[in-house]
Ligand binder design. Structure first.
Ligand code: AMP
Length: 307
């Protein structure tokens, strides 16, 4: 089933306790596309880059079944740049620099060939841009999923609330859920956020897994305990890409299928963190993914006999 992915395509500079990257290719939509295209193709990408964005990165995405007709290339401008530094626990980070560059006045245009898509993944981006995409779709997709971050809660809360009211599913991490709802308890936070619009809510807890909420139901998936985590950047986007990729592939938006999607997303995120940037996502095969999903099944599978 067809999937539109919207989000930043960017340069990142990352510092972790274990190393430092030069300017490398990142961006929410880049990670989502690499992840989702394992499950569904084509992925119809909507983004903007500057003339500095490497052509070979665009070609690699095309070869992977990602359509770039909706990606604007502003030859004389610079791509979005983000820089972050992770704390020792690798679950929290400080943003060192955000240079919007081409994103500052990005006006997305949805190509005719993208119309009629069944699934829309609004990756992290200015809420007003996310809204412009929803407004341009002539037929409402079967499922609109959205990711966001604290940066927009701090700088564009009014616009953000308007988009949240229009989506079916929201991805946030635990601290963002608390900020958005004003509640410390994640159960109460989930209830408050679902009142804002989305019927489904995924709260990501980094190395502590992810929760899926719908009505009064909740499902939990752990993160795979990994020996080495090199770079968590993009893990949330890769998770969202695996999740929406699985939902689009199966064309099933039931809560039960979303439980599987959470496991698929968690498996994809576990690859992302193993190397800097998108390196690991570019290497993995279907067999690697299937094996990793099996590891998740083993991780949480147990028999219990109550006497
Ligand atoms: P994640 O680690 O999943 O939260 O995603 C990190 C990615 O999000 C990086 O590759 C950044 O380029 C991108 N990013 C960071 N800040 C923003 C922002 N304000 N708007 C859009 N994308 C961003």
């Amino acid at each position: 089933m067809s999937l539109i992915v919207v989000g930043s395509m960017a340069f990142d500079a990352i510092e972790t306790p274990f190393g430092k990257s030069d300017k490398i290719v990142g961006g929410a939509a880049t990670y989502i596309a690499w992840s989702a295209s394992n499950f569904t193709q084509p992925v119809q990408q909507v983004s903007v880059v500057g003339g500095d964005f490497p052509q070979e990165e665009l070609d690699a995405l095309t070869a992977r079944g990602v359509q770039l007709e909706g990606v604007q290339i502003k030859k004389d401008e610079k791509s979005f740049f983000w820089s972050g530094k992770y704390h020792m626990d690798m679950n929290s980070r400080d943003t060192l620099d955000t240079q919007l560059n081409v994103l500052a006045d990005f006006d997305p245009v949805i190509p005719d060939s993208y119309q009629g898509c069944e699934f829309l993944m609004l990756g992290n981006l200015l809420p007003s841009v996310q809204m412009r995409v929803i407004e341009q779709l002539k037929v409402r997709p079967k499922l609109i999923a959205m990711d966001t971050m604290n940066f927009w809660m701090d700088t564009a809360m009014e616009d953000l609330a308007k988009v949240i009211a229009k989506v079916d599913l929201l991805f946030v991490n635990d601290s963002e859920a608390r900020q958005l709802s004003g509640q410390f308890s994640l159960v109460k936070a989930a209830r408050e956020i679902m009142k804002m619009g989305p019927k489904y809510l995924v709260i990501k807890k980094g190395e502590h897994g992810a929760l899926l909420f719908h009505d009064d139901k909740v499902f939990f998936a752990p993160a795979l305990p990994l020996e080495d985590v090199f770079d968590p950047t993009g893990a949330g986007d890769t998770f969202a890409g695996g999740f929406i990729g699985h939902v689009a592939k199966t064309n099933d938006i039931s809560f039960n299928n979303m439980k599987t999607a959470i496991i698929v997303g968690s498996a994809m995120a576990s690859f992302c963190v193993e190397k800097f940037g998108t390196t690991r996502l570019k290497e993995i095969s279907k067999t690697d993914i299937d094996d990793r999903i099996q590891q998740f099944v083993q991780l949480v599978n147990f028999d219990i006999e109550l006497v």
